[in-house]
Design a protein around this ligand. Structure first.
Ligand code: NZQ
Ligand code: ZN
Length: 401
């Protein structure tokens, strides 16, 4: 096992009805003046926003609002949020929503202390070292942003979608009430399930060794997500299935599924190749849902790289799908790996996820642009499990068309 540094400082309030106590959780943590951030309307329709507002009022927490965060959140709204947070001298940012809203809140939280433009953190000019505290009421299990050290923001002017990392902006509080997710459209539930499985796989296939403990955590999480995913697709109001998925989304991305799998103790495990390739899809077309893009890209990436270390894929095939190779030859192990990849992609398809890029309207002539954008974001060569150059990323995108 490699050395690691792990911190997950978030205080989780997990269960039915906890939404109504959000205000008191903020007060317990010493927050009295919040910037309340939410998305494009689902929390109004479902009544979640009203419940949170009521709980803030009854606990005496003062708040101002920033509405309208879109999926694949845009930097301009972050800039507006920073201005409001400064004018109102808020002491915390409260996100009510999913990864997009939470990431907008995170960027406001660290942009608050920065004298330059907040995009500096995404272009690599600045590194987040200090942030206002963040609280979250999670409405969709997917991105894992409720406990992660990541923040991903789009810049429409530059046609870019970029992430930054920092422990200073891991949320302090996450209210996780599985009943809030009953209202999710099946497509968003499925995209979330896909995303969390990919978060585990990015770490599992880090290319930096293995750890018996973490490997078992990873495979068990994927098994539990697949099992709960099947149940929730049959019955969207299955509380236990919703709860399993919600908790799994957090554990998939708070780094517990990566301990000992990174070459550097302070770095996140994995080269995040599929995420890198998917973020360019959502940058090219901001209507592409992150998890849906991953349902196409990750299996394509896996097929391309599996022969570089088939043993690792056999471990995954065994741990998740109970498969065994028909012998120890390279050929047998690659065949076993490919069977597991097919089973994973079949699972994504069974949820209603796409399996080809053409389903998003992406054409062969878009691939040059995707490859160029990826090289500009990630560098000419990137990746942990296998280093990818332009010829590799082109081949992966082409294989997924
Ligand atoms: O905008 P509203 O109206 O709220 O609707 C949202 C949105 O359309 C809707 N929704 C959320 N909760 C709902 C609901 N609809 C009905 N009932 C509910 N309870 O679902 C849609 C998707 O929401 P979004 O927040 O975009 O989803 P997700 O959590 O998947 O976040 C995706 C974003 O997170 C980034 C992605 O790249 C993408 O920008 N990621 C962030 C990560 C992180 N910070 O750690 C890691 C991930 O790998 C990912 O890159
Ligand atoms: Zn993701």
């Amino acid at each position: 096992m490699n050395d690691f540094i792990f911190q997950s400082p978030t205080r989780f309030f997990f269960g039915r009805g906890y939404t109504d106590d959000t205000g008191s959780y903020l007060v317990q943590a010493g927050f009295k003046n919040a910037l309340l951030v939410y998305g494009s309307g689902s929390v109004i329709k479902t009544g979640t926003l009203k419940r949170v507002q009521d709980s803030l009022e009854s606990s005496g927490v003062v708040f101002v609002e920033l509405a309208g965060v879109r999926p694949n959140p845009e930097v301009e709204l972050v800039r507006q949020g920073i201005e409001i947070a400064r004018e109102q001298q808020v002491d915390c940012i409260l996100a009510v929503g999913g990864g997009s809203v939470i990431d907008c809140a995170k960027a406001i939280a660290f942009g608050y202390y920065h004298e330059g433009d907040v995009w500096d953190f995404f272009s690599g000019k600045a590194k987040p070292e200090r942030a206002l505290p963040i609280a979250v009421v999670l409405t969709i299990p997917a991105a894992g942003s409720e406990a992660s050290s990541s923040c991903v923001i789009s810049n429409d002017e530059l046609g870019q979608k970029k992430g930054t990392n920092g422990d200073c902006f891991r949320p302090a509080i996450a209210v996780m009430d599985p009943e809030l997710t009953f209202t999710l459209p099946a497509y968003q539930t499925a995209a979330g399930i896909t995303d969390m499985i990919c978060h585990i796989c990015e770490r599992f296939f880090s290319g930096a060794g293995s750890s018996a403990v973490t490997d078992r955590i990873a495979c068990a999480l994927v098994c539990a997500i697949i099992d709960a995913g099947k149940r929730v697709m049959k019955n969207p109001n299955d509380y236990d299935a919703r709860a399993d998925i919600m908790w799994a989304s957090t554990l998939a991305h708070n780094d517990i599924a990566g301990c000992g799998l990174s070459a550097q103790p302070s770095a996140r495990a994995g080269g995040w190749e599929s995420h890198g390739m998917e973020h360019e899809l959502s940058a090219l077309d901001t209507h592409i849902t992150h998890g849906a893009g991953l349902a196409v890209i990750m299996p394509a990436w896996m097929r391309y790289v599996c022969s570089a270390d088939p043993q690792r894929f056999v471990q995954f095939a065994r741990g998740v799908f109970g498969l065994e190779p028909a012998g120890q030859s390279q050929q047998a192990m690659v065949a076993c790996a490919r069977e597991a990849i097919d089973m994973l992609q079949d699972f994504f398809s069974s949820l209603g996820m796409p399996s080809r890029l053409s389903e998003f309207g992406i054409k062969a002539e878009d691939i040059d642009k995707l490859v160029d954008m990826l090289a500009a974001t990630k560098g000419e060569r990137f990746g942990g499990f296998m280093t990818l150059g332009r010829e590799d990323t082109r081949a992966i995108y082409e294989s997924a068309l």
